[in-house]
Design a protein around this ligand. Sequence first.
Ligand code: AHM
Ligand code: MG
Length: 336
Amino acid sequence: MKEKLTAYQYLLKDKLTGDKNRELIALLKDIKLAARQVSKELNNASLDNTIGDFMGNKNSHGEDVKKLDVIANNLFIKSLENGGNCAGIVSEEREKVLIFNNEVSKNSKYLVCIDPLDGSSNLDVNVPVGTIFSILKRPSIIDKTYTKDFLQIGSRQVAAGYIIYGSSTIYVITVGKGVDAFTLDPIVQEFYLSHENIKIPKKGHMYSVNQGNFYEFPLSVQEYIRWCEQKDEKTKRPYSLRYVGSMVADIHRSLLKGGLFIYSASKKAPNGKLRLMYECNPMAFIIEQAGGLAIDGKKRILDISPSSIHQKSPIFIGSSDMVKQISKFLKSKLFN
Ligand code: AHM
Ligand code: MG
């Protein structure tokens, strides 16, 4: 039987060799430690009475906060602060950046942007949710850390990943050398390499969109959706519509099976809903590293210069042929 490699062993052996990478490996481990605890919290939530809303609180976007959003946010903050391998974080659950002031963190090279529990509106009904994160290098480790230090274009990410809490808990990572995934063994509580060098299929036959917003979408997006629904043997249409409503679950399926995930601009949300720094950028980095594409409609997600930490962006992400196809609709003057 093949030897089982932990995430730590695999990264050290294949992806992040050499002493200069120790801090990044340690940071990925800090995330793993919190993810493991979040996984436990989610498994026990119905018994621990942690399902449901966190009363009287809204996050930085004015959205309702679940009890488990708060629990997950606290667990990641604690692990990242105690680990001392990043200088500060941006979290979906905090309006402002959080800078760690202990001596070890102050001298660390990295910054983390994180959505601690994405898709949390699905928690009440036991549908997969996830954690999404992006790791950036600090512009300088001598100066204090400022909000502007986080405002880097996505192509400068040094690592990104997500954890999907589904029928199993899987930690998907890129450090800019392909994409690998590690599955949590719940007995020994360790993540082992389960999917090496993942490649997203170039073609896909599934599209993923909140079709309830159809009439709110730009005409170009509406026309693309109509095109997906049409019968055509050559392109194997109609495509199947799959929408979990948890970005991590919808992207994970697209990554493994091929597909296109859409969160478009709409009349009611001109910049879409998803956040650039801790949802779109890390997912774009992962999907590109797996051979796919991610655009905001006009340009590559990873080329967007952010102007604020909670900025939103439309996103079209997935199999390269599908992103190229929707780009033709988005560019067409006929439908704009
Ligand atoms: P959240 O960060 O508040 O959980 O919102 C993000 C989630 C994504 O996981 C998902 O793709 C999207 O919201 C679904 O939104 P909608 O219900 O508008 O389709
Ligand atoms: Mg989110």
